[in-house]
Design a protein around this ligand. Structure first.
Ligand SMILES: Nc1nc2c(ncn2[C@@H]2O[C@H](COP(=O)(O)OP(=O)(O)OP(=O)(O)O)[C@@H](O)[C@H]2O)c(=O)[nH]1
Ligand SMILES: [Mg+2]
Length: 395
């Protein structure tokens, strides 16, 4: 009886100490990231900004579509810029909205129709119509500020191969637990962006030199992958150039969502990671399992000594502080963030990180058994994704 109890205490202490230490390290890295970040963007002469083409694939009506598109078009960018919107059909409900909206802007805009089967096919089609030095990919569900393009492209001028950023979710009309959980879950992407090893060119907002896309024939690969992020990241690495993370260009996604939809959404996000980056998925699964089992372990051990409870709660408290530091740093980047992300929302979102440990863990478990996803009305299975990938393996 004594020996099994002793083993339980030792294992329990090791697990709780590991998760307390790892959350302490995360907090340290978070503080260091925001403290050491340098912004050299505003020093570049206006005449150095290259000619760019912004490509937005669109399928369906995003909740804030009109404002999102208007923000992407209303840019304070010193160089020449074109836009390409690419839809799958004139019957798409977004088509009329885009056609109407673009009349209000005095820039060169093409609205193209590609009768394709995926986002990748739409992007490949749009790339056939690009002649500029830089391509900027942007999703229809993001709201940006006026310097978004300038800040992204500045990073390319400073020497990176691609400049990327990430999204931050805020509710559009009403705050709900679903919105908070999705927003909290989504923040793992910002963690990945802060680390050069885990960083990827996020398709929702990335600028890349066209010569890299042309040299490696990226256009020909895109239709074979459900994740454009995966393809472009691969080829920027092949080129030997850095992918830079530009927090100044963070985008906001204004959407309302309930818990059930937020869960399905999270499973879909993890499903891409499982299919295209299995090692990353495993790492994610192990670290969330560690966090998730900490609480039941310390609750059992607290029968012996209540200090175990204090040790076990530490990772959760540190997690809340880390998220609050992150959100406050984002709010301080620009008025755009300070106004749209309220203080009340920041506090609630940081607190949601506790629930998110279990939400993410359940989503990871569900993803392991998910054979197909539904992405904007299209169903894709693991078999489809793997078959497609094998037809055109990344060289
Ligand atoms: N033309 C076209 N556009 C698509 C298709 N599927 C998605 N899109 C667009 O591609 C972009 C990304 O789609 P989302 O559904 O926002 O993707 P997501 O799951 O949020 O993933 P992230 O890329 O991480 O934001 C949006 O601009 C969509 O409108 C498609 O089949 N055809
Ligand atoms: Mg999106």
């Amino acid at each position: 009886m004594i020996i099994p109890l002793l083993i339980l205490i030792i294992i329990g202490t090791l697990i709780t100490t590991a998760s307390a230490l790892s959350s302490l390290l995360s907090l340290y890295f978070e503080i260091r990231f925001w403290r050491d970040r340098k912004n050299t963007n505003r020093l570049i002469n206006d005449s150095n900004y290259p000619w760019i083409t912004v490509i937005m694939p669109v399928r369906g009506l995003d909740q804030n579509l009109r404002n999102n598109i208007a923000s992407v078009l209303s840019q304070d960018y010193p160089g020449r810029r074109n836009y390409i919107f690419v839809l799958d059909s004139e019957d798409d409900p977004a088509y009329g909205i885009i056609k109407d909206l673009v009349k209000e802007f005095n820039v060169k805009i093409s609205v193209l129709i590609n009768r394709g089967r995926s986002k990748g096919e739409a992007l490949a089609f749009a790339l056939d119509h690009v002649a500029s030095d830089v391509v900027v990919f942007v999703d229809s569900d993001v709201l940006v500020h006026r310097h978004w393009l300038r800040d992204l492209v500045s990073s390319l001028i400073n020497g990176s191969g691609a400049a990327t950023t990430y999204r931050f979710y805020i509710p559009l009309r009403r705050l709900s637990l679903g919105s908070l959980l999705r927003a909290s879950f989504n923040m793992i992407g910002i963690t990945a962006m802060q680390n050069p090893v885990a960083r990827f060119t996020w398709g929702g907002s990335t600028a890349v030199w066209r010569r890299i896309l042309d040299k490696w024939g990226v256009r020909d690969y895109l239709p074979y992958y459900l994740s454009d992020d995966y393809v472009i990241t691969h080829f920027v690495h092949r080129e030997g150039l850095a992918i830079d993370f530009v927090p100044e260009s963070l985008v906001l996604s204004l959407e309302d969502i309930d818990i059930r939809e937020a869960f399905t959404w999270s499973v879909r996000q993890l499903w891409y990671v499982r299919v295209y980056g299995f090692r990353g998925f495993l790492l994610y699964a192990v670290s969330y399992t560690l966090y998730a089992i900490t609480l039941p372990i310390v609750i059992s051990l607290s029968i012996i000594n209540t200090w175990f409870l204090a040790l076990g709660l530490l990772p959760f408290i540190l997690g809340v502080i880390k998220d609050y530091v992150r959100i406050s740093s984002i709010r301080a980047l620009d008025q755009f963030y300070g106004i749209n992300i309220t203080r009340r929302y920041s506090i609630l979102l940081a607190l949601t990180s506790i629930l998110n440990v279990y939400f993410s863990w359940l989503a990871i478990i569900k993803t392991m058994f998910t054979k197909s996803i539904n992405w904007r009305g299209r169903v894709f299975t693991v078999i489809d994704a793997v078959r497609l990938m094998r037809e055109k393996p990344l060289g």
